[in-house]
Ligand binder design. Sequence first.
Ligand code: HEM
Length: 509
Amino acid sequence: MEDHHYLYLGLALVSLLVVIAKRRRGPAHGHGLRLPPGPWQLPIIGSMHHLAGQLPHRAMRELARRHGPVMLLRIGEVPTLVISSREAAREVMKTHDTAFASRPLSATVRVLTSGGRDIIFAPYGEHWRQLRKIAITELLSARRVLSFRAIREEEVSAMLRACAAAAAAAAPIEMRARLSALVADATVRAVMGDRCRDRDVFLRELDRSIELSAGFNPADLWPSSRLVGRLSGAVRRAEECRDTVYGILDGIIKEHMEALESGGGEAEDLLDVLLKIQKDGSLQIPLDMDVLKAVIFDIFGAGSETSATTLEWALAELVRNPKAMRRATAEVRGAFGARGAVAEHALGGLRYLHLVIRETFRLHTPLPLLLPRQCQEPRRVLGYDVPRGATVLVNVWALGRDERYWPGDPEAFRPERFEAGAGASAVEFKGADFELLPFGAGRRMCPGMSFGLANVELALASLLFHFDWEAPGVADPAEFDMAEAFGITARRKANLLLRPVLRVPVPSA
Ligand code: HEM
């Protein structure tokens, strides 16, 4: 205990000296620059002690309230700019979009993405431009998303049958697992055409890789220290992860190539599309096998957890807000009652359901700090100089709950705020309104929005159409636990245990 006292005293003294030395040099005016303000830092760990014990997006909101919407932290060794206002977000993702269009490549991400040769982490440049174009025109276009409708409908039907069986037994269902399996199966089939024999291993490794790429492991926080890198073992774990996933993909790619050679397989999945582009050979930068695997890995990494998390929160918020649940349920049953099942092509008519999804994105944006960007050329944001190389995080979670943009009740789940004539009716999530950015904005904005929304809308409408939902053991819905878990995506912390009550029969297979 005595020893600890000395340690704390020592740390406090060193910090004090650092603070005094900084003050003497002038707080944020190094080399004539006007650096953004931020909380005081300690040697080695930088600003990390200000984040300790809290979820990063929550801690950063509190810090921004004191230091402002353009704030500079140092997380370990990494200078990190945190953006927390609509105006600052617009400057980063619109005014100076090109300067902030790269992403930092940490040691673990470099391993997982074959040196940043995928779409998500590729540095801003020709390689990224080419892959992004393929993603937008070939892989994730509206036409392609439509071509997977039958897969979505089959997978949602399978989920509904499992829910009906639970309803018959009056048993609760752990909905997070169900929703994750739904999105994973629909994605696996869209990408590979069929179910994947190694699905569970693949998804487990995917989860591990998302965790490793979140950037909060010692190897990524102190990149200059080889010792830390070696001790942390994160890079080795990333290598194991990549080898397992790439190994599974090798087998699947081989089968696809054989089928393509023999002219078989009429239904085109995303792997077929990529293999045809590769064979075509007309690309400026050839699409080698590692790039192809990295792109597939991206589609799973970016698409699965985000969509499943959105579904989970939407359902949890509706259970917690019975008025909104009644209205959404009445709408979907009114629209599809005569038909006896939800039809994807008519989902556009469900206006309230779309407001529910928009409100879910506002309160529970799946990537609360987006994906990190990196400042490539020094730029001024709201009058502050952003140093080259700084990692840039946009706290869209804080923007979604900011009293200035959502006056009166920013923490309340109230889809009506987006209704025609209401205050926020014109606020969309397509990247033009900087207070609501679940898919980001600008050049690096999510290209998979239609793909993700298609899964979310059909599943949510179908769950509400066929069932009422009860939370066993929760007497007052307002008490429903809404805590978030730690991670790159803000999932719900507690399991979502719900009991379905069948209201409209589920068609058999
Ligand atoms: C609810 C569903 C989804 C949400 C909320 C979401 C959100 C995001 C966000 C916030 C970004 C970073 C944007 C930025 O830096 O400004 C992103 C990037 C990306 N997303 Fe999504 N996403 C979703 C679904 C999907 C799906 C289904 C796919 C593919 C099948 C996908 C593929 C990608 C890719 C490839 C990128 C990287 C783009 C780039 O760096 O150029 N996303 N997504």
